[in-house]
Write a protein that binds this ligand. Structure first.
Ligand SMILES: NC(=O)c1ccc[n+]([C@@H]2O[C@H](COP(=O)([O-])OP(=O)(O)OC[C@H]3O[C@@H](n4cnc5c(N)ncnc54)[C@H](O)[C@@H]3O)[C@@H](O)[C@H]2O)c1
Length: 345
């Protein structure tokens, strides 16, 4: 899908899961980068979907919010019937721990929801479908090696398996029906608006509250951290210039152990390492992820701009300045608020 120029009316992009962490960052990014585009945000407002993430842009005439489910065919059809140029599918159940407790919802949203979007995109002849996937579909690495786009899929958690299944469904729709779709597989993101059940915002907010910082196992699991704005730029490049049917790995070139990350947070906030508490390891906890994103770099000219040291400082500063944002979530007031505002979710 070519970029809209400043003179045309712009494209209409359906962003699913736009009230979540990466989706909301992507909407902010797109509105700034392509002011002539229209964005339709379809989000069910699950426990981690938060309209506060978009309050600064909610009044823009180019942004429309639809509260709804990607697995609800009628809703998706109604939206696509208005004319949509591209779909960027962020909507998902995304927390590994929750998938271990109860995989059911992960299959419904991540697999069946994606399949409904694919069906309806095909029906409406949407010209580009971007499936936002994850490095977790590749499984776990030892001390060396990297994931390439050709690495076999070996998902270890129900979350990762549901994302891998969705990727395979996207592939099947490309091969069978010829739909124009691409798949992105990104490493661990961090930045503003991340729900405080995930490692970095949990540790920052706990440290700010002088609570213990629970670290799984020995804390030596390695993730390749990417600043969320870099991820948004990569999706922009792939949305507009990615080649139909291709998979693109996205990485941050910033491998860190969980313990390194936690210590960096404590150090920046001037809090003692005695707040760290090692807890029983997560079941099936992947040891190491590392991304080879040379395909994206060589073919589309993207690479991350923000180092981990810069990104973590900016992220910590945001959580310090936006304490009410995460305090409301952690206190549970936030959920009550949405039930009041939007009824049963
Ligand atoms: N966070 C990461 O580090 C990371 C890394 C790689 C890939 N991803 C992928 O990026 C996407 C977004 O991740 P995130 O961290 O922003 O997740 P998130 O949990 O913060 O947001 C998910 C959003 O999807 C919405 N949603 C859930 N079910 C829905 C449904 N049935 N219909 C419509 N909306 C629904 C939620 O309300 C929420 O707003 C996911 O697909 C995830 O697999 C995340």
């Amino acid at each position: 899908m070519a970029e809209g120029t400043g003179t045309d009316k712009g494209k209409t992009i359906l962003v699913t899961g736009g009230c979540g962490f990466i989706g909301s960052n992507f909407i902010h990014y797109m509105l700034a980068r392509y002011p002539q585009y229209r964005i339709i945000n379809l989000d069910i407002l699950s426990y981690c979907g938060n309209l506060d993430n978009l309050c600064e842009v909610a009044d823009r005439p180019t942004v429309t919010f639809v509260k709804g489910d990607i697995a609800d065919r009628e809703t998706v059809r109604r939206i696509l019937g208005k004319g949509v140029d591209a779909i960027v599918n962020f909507a998902a159940e995304s927390h590994v721990d929750r998938s271990i407790e109860d995989p059911n919802l992960f299959l419904r949203t991540n697999v069946l929801g994606t399949q409904v979007l694919l069906d309806e995109a095909r029906e409406a002849a949407v010209s580009r479908f971007v499936q936002i996937s994850t490095d977790e579909v590749y499984g776990s690495l030892g001390a060396s090696g990297v994931f390439t786009e050709d690495t076999p899929l070996k998902p270890n958690s129900p979350y990762a398996a549901s994302k891998a299944a969705a990727d395979l469904m996207v592939r099947a729709y490309i091969e069978t029906y010829g739909i124009d779709a691409v798949i992105t597989r990104c490493s661990n993101n961090y930045g503003r608006y991340q729900f405080p059940e995930k490692l970095i915002p949990l540790m920052i907010s706990n440290a700010l509250e002088d609570r213990e910082l629970p670290v799984y196992g020995d804390g030596l699991n390695v993730r390749d951290w990417i600043y969320v704005e870099d991820h948004c730029q990569a999706i922009d490049a792939i949305l507009h210039r990615g080649v139909k049917g291709e998979i693109y790995n996205i990485g941050g070139a910033s491998e860190r152990t969980n313990l390194d990350v936690v210590k960096a947070i404590l150090h920046t906030l001037g809090k003692p390492e005695t707040l760290i508490r090692f807890v029983k390891d997560r079941l099936g906890h992947d040891r190491r992820y590392a991304m080879d994103f040379s395909k994206l770099k060589n073919e589309l000219g993207w690479e991350p701009n923000v180092t981990f040291e810069q990104g973590i400082q900016q992220t910590i500063a945001w959580y310090v300045e936006h304490r009410p944002w995460w305090e409301r979530i952690k206190s549970g007031e936030y959920l009550e608020y949405y039930e009041r505002m939007y009824g049963n979710r």
